[in-house]
Design a protein around this ligand. Structure first.
Ligand code: ATP
Ligand code: MG
Length: 379
C-alpha cells in the first residue's frame, strides 16, 4: 500500500502513524519547522529534500492546518500528492471558513472582518454588544482571541487588523463536535456526536460514544456532509458546533483528525486515525459501527504518573512532549458499562491526578451522570 507523509510531527501525526502500523502502512511525519523526517512513530530524525519526499510519498496529508510558508512546504503543497488542497485553503483561514459557511447557508455565529480599530464600535453594535475577536490564521486552544467587553481593545495587535474577525458571543447550551469521514468515492461515515467542555479556550474533556440525540446527530451529519461534498474532501474532518435550543451553529471546521475524536480510540473498533488513513488510501470504510460510551480527559501541563497504567479500565496516551503549563501532553480514555463502574474507575484514578485534573474529572463525572439520567428518562 502507498506510503503516507504527514505534515507535522505532533501527537496527531504520531497517533496516525501508530494506527497505520496496524495495517502495515508506512506513515512518516515531517517536522515542518526543522524540515526533518520522523519515520513512523520513531523520534529519529532524518534529513530530507523536496524531490526525495515527492518521489517516496504519493499521498501527503497534514495534522494541522497552519503550515509554514516555506519553500519545502509550498513545493509539497503544489504536488498532486497533496490531498484536500481546497479544504486547507478554505479552512486554514477563519474569514474564508466563515465565507464558506455563509455561502452554504450553514448556521454560524454572526461575524465581520475587523480591518481597522474603527471597525470595533460598529461591530459591537451589529453583533449584539458581546463579541469574540479571533485572528484569522494560526490561533488554537483559545490563543489569538479576545472578548469584548472585558479585554482591553488597545491590546489587539495593530498588525492583525485585516486578519481578525469579530463574532457574536453565543450563549450555547452545549458544545458538541462531529467527526466524519468521506471516502475517495464520496461515501461518508460519521461517529456519534461528542460533547466537549472547554476552559480558557482549551478542550478539557469529551463525552461520546452514543447516538444519544438522533435528531441532533442527523442535523450535524447533514451539515458536515454538505461541507465535505462542497470541498470534495477525502479523509476525516471534524466540525465543532454550539448547540443553542436544539439547533447547531458551526463554530469551526478542522480538515484533519481532532482532539474531540480521541475518545474513538477506546469507544470504537476503527478510530478516527484509522478512518482517515482508510479514506486516503481508498480502502473500505466499515459499514456499521459499535460504539461504547467513553470519557476522554485531556492531560494538560501535568507530569506523567506511571500508576495511571495500573488501572486496567483506562487507556492512557502520553505524547512524550516537553511539559509546559497549558500544553496538551496526553489524554486518558475511560469507558465503563455502567455509571457504577465509571465511578469505580474514576475513584481509583482520582488520587493519581493533580488538583486541576481532579476538578475536571469530578466535573466530567457529574456531567456524564446528568447525560445518562437524561437518556434513561428519554428511553
Ligand atoms: P481549537 O483549538 O479547537 O482550534 P480555537 O482556539 O482555534 O480552538 P475556537 O474553537 O473558535 O478556537 O474557540 C475556543 C473556544 O472558545 C470554543 O470551543 C468555545 O468554548 C469558545 N468560543 C469561541 N467562539 C465563541 C463564540 N462565538 N461564542 C461563545 N463561545 C465561543
Ligand atoms: Mg475550537
Amino acid at each position: 500500500m502507498k506510503p503516507v507523509l504527514v505534515l507535522g510531527h505532533g501527537q496527531l501525526g504520531l497517533m496516525m502513524a501508530a494506527a497505520g502500523a496496524r495495517l502495515g502502512l508506512r506513515v512518516d511525519r515531517l517536522d515542518t519547522e526543522s524540515e526533518e523526517l520522523l519515520p513512523g512513530t520513531s523520534p529519529m530524525r532524518l534529513p530530507v529534500t523536496a524531490a526525495g519526499l515527492l518521489e517516496t510519498y504519493p499521498l501527503i496529508t497534514a495534522e494541522k492546518e497552519h503550515l509554514p510558508e516555506s519553500e519545502l512546504v509550498e513545493t509539497l503543497r503544489a504536488a498532486p500528492a497533496w490531498m484536500n488542497r481546497q479544504a486547507f485553503l478554505d479552512l486554514a483561514d477563519r474569514e474564508r471558513e466563515k465565507q464558506l459557511l455563509d455561502r452554504l447557508e450553514i448556521p454560524t455565529a454572526s461575524w465581520c472582518l475587523l480591518s481597522s480599530p474603527d471597525d470595533i464600535e460598529p461591530a459591537l453594535k451589529a453583533l449584539g454588544e458581546h463579541m469574540i475577536i479571533k485572528v484569522t490564521r494560526g490561533g488554537y486552544d483559545g490563543r489569538g482571541q479576545w472578548r469584548l467587553p472585558g479585554d482591553n481593545p488597545d491590546t489587539l495587535p495593530a498588525e492583525s487588523f485585516g486578519a481578525m474577525i469579530a463574532e457574536s458571543l453565543i450563549r450555547f447550551d452545549r458544545e458538541v463536535s462531529l467527526v466524519g469521514v468521506r471516502g475517495d468515492n464520496g461515501n461518508t461515515r460519521y461517529l456519534p456526536l461528542a460533547e466537549n467542555v472547554h476552559h480558557d479556550g482549551i478542550l478539557r474533556y469529551s463525552i461520546a460514544g452514543e447516538d444519544s440525540n438522533p435528531f441532533l446527530q442527523r442535523q450535524a451529519e447533514t451539515l458536515l456532509g454538505r461541507i465535505m461534498d462542497e470541498l470534495d474532501y477525502t479523509g476525516v474532518m471534524a466540525m465543532e458546533c454550539f448547540e443553542e435550543d436544539g439547533r447547531l451553529l458551526v463554530n469551526e471546521l478542522a480538515p484533519r483528525v481532532h482532539n474531540s475524536g480521541h475518545w474513538s480510540q477506546l469507544g470504537t473498533e476503527h478510530d478516527q486515525f484509522a478512518l482517515h488513513l482508510r479514506a486516503l488510501l481508498d480502502l473500505p470504510l466499515p459499514e456499521t459501527e459499535y460504539f461504547r460510551p467513553t470519557l476522554m480527559l485531556n492531560l494538560i501541563g501535568c507530569d506523567f504518573v506511571p500508576q495511571w497504567l495500573a488501572i486496567p479500565e483506562i487507556q492512557c496516551h502520553w505524547y512524550g512532549k516537553e511539559p509546559r503549563p497549558g500544553r496538551k501532553l496526553g489524554h486518558i480514555n475511560i469507558n465503563a458499562a455502567s455509571m457504577a463502574e465509571l465511578r469505580d474507575v474514576t475513584a481509583r484514578l482520582r488520587p493519581l491526578l493533580d488538583e486541576e485534573h481532579r476538578r475536571m474529572l469530578d466535573e466530567a463525572l457529574a456531567h456524564y451522570k446528568r447525560e445518562s439520567d437524561n437518556r434513561r428518562r428519554q428511553d
